[in-house]
Design a protein around this ligand. Sequence first.
Ligand SMILES: *Cc1c(COP(=O)(O)O)cnc(C)c1O
Length: 470
Amino acid sequence: MRYVSTRSTTGESRSFSDILLEGLAPDGGLYLPDAYPVVDDATLGRWRRVLAEDGYAALAFEVCSLFVDDIPAADLRGICERAYAPEKYLDPAVVPVSRLSDGIWLAHLSNGPTAAFKDMAMQLLGELFPYELARRGETLTILGATSGDTGSSAEHALKGRDGVRVVMLSPAGRMTPFQQAQMYGLDEDNIVNLAVEGVFDDCQDLVKAINADAEFKARHRIGAVNSINWARLMAQIVYYFATWLRIVDGEPLSFAVPSGNFGNIAAGHIARRMGLPIRHLVLATNENDVLDEFFRTGIYRVRSGAETLATSSPSMDISKASNFERFVADLLGRDGTAVAELFGTRLATDGWFDLSGVDRTASGFVSGSSRHADRVAEIRATWEQDRVLIDPHTADGVHVARRLVADGQVTGPVVVMETALPVKFAETITEAVGITPPRPERFIGIEDLPRHVQQIPARVEAVKAVIEGR
Ligand SMILES: *Cc1c(COP(=O)(O)O)cnc(C)c1O
């Protein structure tokens, strides 16, 4: 399997382990497999047995094997077994499914160490990165900015690992107490938490400024684990197969996905291209509806920071969707020149582009959005009907799924991807149903742990000083 940039005009390709530690391709594009592997019915039948008999990790190995040909099979199997060891998840099924009384299914992606679906990908990176670095005899400093879920997920996946250090910037005092505790409570030599005096955009600007300093970046071996990393997408493809195998017996299934950076649902798109019988990919946004607008109108218009609203599903508050370029590359038949024109030129100069002339229906995508009141109503309805608590991000998916089913746009069985546990967003749950969500035992008392965090001004020099160990 070889990987090419979405903006490639030469077809130049690279191996999996070459792109693993990289972010963007040198031409500014994102890496994709040169062709998606296709899975036939016999393979799906075999995978059904693998999942039932040997569990989620074994299925992960089967799927990843199709994309990775430069890691020996025994090593890759060990990587998957450690990443998806049943004891790391609240349920040994890793991604269990359940059914609500109105027939909607939930796929529980948030049973990992930090109670958000990002663990599903980050746990695999947490194995792949140290493995590849050791093989190369290299070290890496992961520099990132987080407003909550990504930072804690990365830290929990990489804590205590050889050859890799995490320096994570977060806006001081702006995350929920639970999110702060998940990060700042870690007492590990290779985890460095920096609370920046500013907002999330300031954190992101600092990371960008340091990455723009090529000499500093190379000297200190700075890398990232952001959502455009191909291996994160690969890891996410696995749970689309697992969910389908658990819910239906050959028929098509539709997936509703609470979306922000288009990472989760991009994996669904790829699974569908691999031959998984997916009828609809239901893209759900909150008030920040850049993506819903695209699927309704064909116009993709990125928003400014000022136009990006702070909502009760904060992990979906995005102004542009960093993985969207991958989908557009497929939509345009991998025409690298056209992709570079749209994402390199049009977005930079106009801030929008128009693909209304391109047929988007064959991709199976439909979309919708929710408002705060919709999510609260959905959390309440689900609680009253089934005594099941869903978090505000999942509620967004449930809302859009129920609406599109009701008006006939989506038919057949539907599963909503549950992307976080309610305990992470307790305030909205309390607003909706008047109770505090139950806390899984592993999170009890985390706010009381000593904090390991350094407060710094929003200045590049301050971050550099920490990286240099000054
Ligand atoms: C990151 C995140 C999302 C959005 O996922 P994308 O891959 O960025 O589309 C949704 N819900 C939760 C809880 C998240 O952490």
